[in-house]
Design a protein. Structure first.
Length: 336
């Protein structure tokens, strides 16, 4: 099990975080079409390979989460994608859930699927070079949600997933994402997120998951995206830290936040604020999708042959996140 803890340490080493590049083909198609690029397998690979070949990989990215399509692809230089990532010093990972579907007897809440046949898929991904995995559960906030049923069912699935992943020699990322949608306040996000995370650990312990060989990927504590309430970054940091202190067992080595629809700057600023007051032993860093890729994708879409220009933008964003993971970021650095 020490082996798993060593993998975690490599992924979240000082100043490093995770690049979440595991958008499903459906999500990636929406992202590419939103910037006017046709979503072909070749284009999806070209953008991702541009990021994976950047200088940022060496210094700021400890792990990359891939999607099934990408982990099986080869780069333009004929290298397998996991090998390309491994050669930069980062660890290749893989999203292994098969998506969130409507929970039976609920009209809106979702349960994440993908347990059937998971052991066989994990063995295949291990052979392809993956050393960590991701499973994302989603929860909505409203007056009656998340329901006890969704909190329990998703925690149970996450625990079964995590136990299988460790059995196959990989590190499971536990991602319970309480969505930002809604007009709730930050206090409500705090209460619901705390309840969700606590239940996950109840189940993980029941399923004998070794917490030292796991990573938690939570949302930050924020007001709903449709609420008109303002919140300072200091308050976001205080609430987020308080939530994690009361709900995450101390054996967990690392917490890597999702960006969840925050702008690149907000996600960076809030991570920095969290690290400025982090008085726990948890490493607090990033596992961003949109907040690492958005500007790079926009730039790339204007000229998909401009690899160098795209990488420059990605390098900057990753550097800013890296500084934030150490509490060393400031807004003035964004202009450099
Ligand atoms: P975002 O940072 O864009 O929320 O993506 C992270 C992720 O992996 C969602 O599952």
């Amino acid at each position: 099990m020490n082996e798993l803890n060593n993998i975690v340490k490599k992924i979240i080493g000082k100043g490093k975080g995770i690049l979440a590049a595991d958008e499903s083909t459906g999500t990636m198609t929406k992202r590419l079409e939103s910037v006017g690029v046709t979503s072909t397998s070749k284009n999806r690979l070209l953008f991702r390979e541009t990021l994976f070949s950047s200088d940022a990989m060496k210094n700021y990215i400890g792990g990359v989460i891939l999607y099934d399509e990408t982990i099986k692809q080869s780069s333009l230089s004929k290298k397998k994608i996991p090998e390309l990532i491994f050669n930069t010093g980062a660890i290749p990972g893989i999203k292994v859930d098969t998506g969130a579907k409507i929970l039976a007897n609920s009209s809106e809440e979702k349960i994440t699927e993908g347990l059937d046949g998971l052991r066989d898929r994990l063995l295949e991904y291990y052979k392809l070079g993956a050393r960590f995995t991701k499973w994302r559960a989603v929860y909505i906030i409203s007056e009656n949600y998340p329901s006890k049923l969704s909190i329990y069912s998703n925690a149970h699935a996450l625990a079964r997933y995590a136990a299988l992943v460790q059995e196959c020699g990989m590190v499971p990322i536990i991602e319970p994402e309480v969505l930002m949608d809604g007009n709730h306040g930050a206090e409500e996000c705090f209460n619901k997120t705390s309840e969700v995370i606590k239940k996950c650990y109840d189940e993980l312990l029941k399923h004998k998951v070794d917490l030292k060989g796991t990573i938690l990927k939570p949302n930050m504590i924020l007001p709903g995206s449709e609420s008109k309430k303002n919140i300072t970054t200091k308050k976001v940091a205080e609430l987020t830290l308080k939530c994690l202190k009361i709900s995450v067992p101390t054996e967990v080595p690392g917490i890597t936040f999702l960006s969840g629809g925050q702008s690149e700057i907000d996600a960076t600023k809030n991570l920095n604020s969290i690290n400025l007051i982090n008085d726990t032993n948890f490493v607090m860093t990033y596992s961003y999708g949109r907040a690492l890729q958005q500007s790079a994708l926009k730039f790339w879409s204007r000229d998909i042959k401009n690899i160098e220009g795209t990488q420059k933008i990605f390098n900057h964003r990753a550097k800013m996140c890296s500084l934030a993971s150490q509490g060393n970021w400031s807004e003035s650095l964004e202009k450099n």
